[in-house]
Design a protein around this ligand. Sequence first.
Ligand SMILES: CC(C)(COP(=O)(O)OP(=O)(O)OC[C@H]1O[C@@H](n2cnc3c(N)ncnc32)[C@H](O)[C@@H]1OP(=O)(O)O)[C@@H](O)C(=O)NCCC(=O)NCCS
Length: 188
Amino acid sequence: MDNYTVRPLDTDTWPDFARLVEANNGVWGGCWCMGFHPEGLDRETAGANRAAKQAHVEAGTVHQMLVYDGEDCVGWCQYGPPAELPNILNRKSYDKELVELPDWRIGCIFTGSRHRGRGVARAAVTATLEAIRAAGGGLVEAYPEQVEGRPPQRGGYFHTGPENLFEELGFVRDRQIAKWRWVMRRRV
Ligand SMILES: CC(C)(COP(=O)(O)OP(=O)(O)OC[C@H]1O[C@@H](n2cnc3c(N)ncnc32)[C@H](O)[C@@H]1OP(=O)(O)O)[C@@H](O)C(=O)NCCC(=O)NCCS
């Protein structure tokens, strides 16, 4: 982690983020990390997702920590208050047992395909928790995939991260919202 630096996604760092997304085929064939934002994903064109993400960056309605290896952006962790990231996965199941909304959500995490397995996601989530602390802290939720008790999964399926990473960073299970997905929480 000492080799990485972090910067927030903003108009200055947008070109670095865009380069990483383009080098990874738009991420999931063109989502541009739009799935959790209020307008959701445009499933027809990657260009619409790119434009929508850039509009959020210009409007300052996005929170995302970027991880750099030297000059290259190699990964990120998206976060934000629930109003900024309403479209979490398994929303119906989530709402059924909802008691208290968190102050912050962790959305998608992503590491460029050539940089996986070297602590980039750990650096991204750690930097996110530091940014949340600097913004006043509060109750933080993540929605990771269970790792234990199932066959090994390719990282490609862990949009919301592996549970063991969040456990390592102090999150505990709150409730299950899908066969392999949990709400995990911690206070910052
Ligand atoms: C899941 C993902 C973010 C992990 O990134 P990474 O940088 O390789 O992860 P790290 O090296 O920081 O791993 C940290 C910890 O997470 C866990 N982990 C990471 N990948 C894992 C995997 N495939 N299976 C199980 N645990 C895993 C491990 O506990 C690991 O710690 P360890 O290496 O000490 O055992 C990456 O595989 C990825 O980007 N997948 C695609 C996700 C995606 O498409 N997101 C779209 C967002 S819009």
